[in-house]
Design a protein around this ligand. Structure first.
Ligand code: MN
Length: 194
């Protein structure tokens, strides 16, 4: 089976000014598209041709892991985004879990922001949940995903430079701080409640 580049749930300029149409064109149309092409070229003969992406990420190593991981990560990333709004907050069961575990959304934001800002090099900051519904904030390098630790990925910030360099240059903290305006908490909550 061939993996496909996902369609975005928003128009290319809809995330502006947080993420520009130019960044979306490069990030989705070039970077993610390349991971999809690479994986489709690497899979034949690997014995993993018909496996779901999550299963490939849990079991593969090397180039297959890197490209499958980056597809899974970017699908989760792009599908959780929507047009900016100023008072953007978690909803549903996840809002309650965040309040219970971190004290408040603001305290959670502080913790998650620190994880995203201080992650050294390329990688992803994750909110994930375990089988008890307990939330975890993780810093993961390169193409890694919480599924490799048996956790369910809920929300993620891409801190590879390609995610923000066109719009923010080296100012990763400014990008991270703006990202909170474009999270689609309905989508993120549905991952938690599934
Ligand atoms: Mn990326």
């Amino acid at each position: 089976m061939n993996y496909q580049l996902i369609n975005l749930p928003f128009g290319a300029s809809e995330l502006e000014p947080v993420v520009s149409a130019e960044t979306i064109a490069l990030h989705h149309g070039k970077h993610l598209a390349t991971y999809v092409n690479n994986l489709n070229n690497l899979l034949p003969g690997s014995g993993m041709e018909d496996k779901p992406l999550e299963e490939i990420v849990v079991n593969a190593t090397g180039g297959i892991f890197n490209n499958a991981g980056q597809i899974l990560n970017h699908n989760l990333y792009f599908e959780q985004l929507q047009a900016p709004s100023d008072d953007n907050r978690p909803v549903g069961a996840l809002a309650k879990a965040i309040d219970e575990q971190f004290g408040s959304f603001e305290a959670f934001k502080e913790n998650f922001t620190a994880a995203a800002v201080t992650l050294f090099g390329s990688g992803w900051a994750w909110l994930a949940s375990d089988e008890n519904g307990t939330l975890h904030i993780l810093q993961m390098p390169n193409a890694d995903n919480p599924v490799t630790k048996g956790l369910k990925p809920l929300m993620t910030f891409d801190v590879w430079e390609h995610a923000y360099y066109v719009d923010y240059r080296n100012r990763r903290p400014d990008h991270i701080s703006a990202m909170w305006k474009i999270l689609n908490w309905k989508v993120i909550n549905s991952r938690f409640s599934k």
